[in-house]
Ligand binder design. Structure first.
Ligand code: AMP
Length: 232
């Protein structure tokens, strides 16, 4: 894990982690964000928190999420921009699961431009559909912090209990095969254009998401460190 915190000298680090359901975005984001002194902001985790707390946003988002559809842009954009206004986001952010549509990417650009910032790096985790389905079927999540486990490759120390929060582990309803298939379809339709959006801009870096967890982390860190060195 990298230990270099982002300092004022190296500037702000705004990074995106893109990829379909089961690509490993959450797992990798949790491993990476801390080491760079920037918060990990996961749109799916924030939405699930709203649902748990029964907020109006959560109530509106729930049916979309259960069916594998995207939550409407205006709701998600407002939620993420609110989160980015928190003081811990001033050195940059690691966004996980956002943006998922070109409209979201444009809203993010506008927000960052307002602060004289821009997306430095869009990291894309490439994983084929059969692996995605298999991973989702074997994924267990902490009810408290959302950390994910797969008993085959990163089991918790105690079965059924999160290592970080001690929360109960459960399987998400939207990780059922039929919902995952729909989420992959939605990804290809709405989020692949976002990948192209950043590729065109020259800031997309693709990483093979099928190798072991530490190997993916190392490759992501390599790209982040390169981006940091370019902006000094
Ligand atoms: P995730 O935890 O990132 O896999 O997201 C779970 C679900 O939350 C998705 O299938 C969507 O229904 C919803 N969601 C998360 N992020 C977004 C987003 N950026 N835009 C729209 N819907 C989202």
């Amino acid at each position: 894990m990298a230990s270099s915190a982002v300092s004022a000298a190296t500037g702000v680090l705004d990074i995106l982690l893109l990829g379909p359901v089961g690509a490993g975005k959450g797992t990798q984001a949790r491993r990476i964000a801390q080491g760079y002194g920037i918060p990990h902001i996961a749109s799916g985790d924030l939405l699930r928190k709203h649902i748990r707390e029964g907020t109006p946003l959560g109530q509106e988002a729930q049916a979309y999420m259960e069916s594998g559809a995207l939550v409407p842009d205006d709701l998600v954009i407002g939620m993420i921009l609110d989160r980015m206004h928190q003081p811990d986001a001033t050195n940059g952010v690691l966004l996980d699961g956002f943006p998922r549509t070109v409209a979201q990417a444009q809203a993010l650009d506008a927000e960052l431009a307002d602060k004289n910032r821009s997306v430095k790096l869009a990291l894309y985790l490439r994983v084929p559909p059969d692996v995605l389905l298999d991973r989702a079927a074997n994924r267990w999540n902490c009810r408290v912090c959302g950390t994910t486990y797969d008993y085959r490759v990163n089991p918790p120390a105690v079965a059924g209990v999160c290592d970080r929060e001690g929360g109960e582990l459960f399987q998400r309803a939207d990780d059922r095969p039929e919902v995952v298939t729909e989420r992959i379809r939605v990804y290809l339709r709405d989020t692949e254009p976002v990948v192209s959006y950043y590729r065109t801009r020259g800031i997309l870096r693709e990483v093979d998401g099928t190798v072991d967890i530490a190997g993916v982390t190392a490759e992501l860190q390599r790209w982040i460190e390169q981006a940091q060195s370019e902006q000094v």
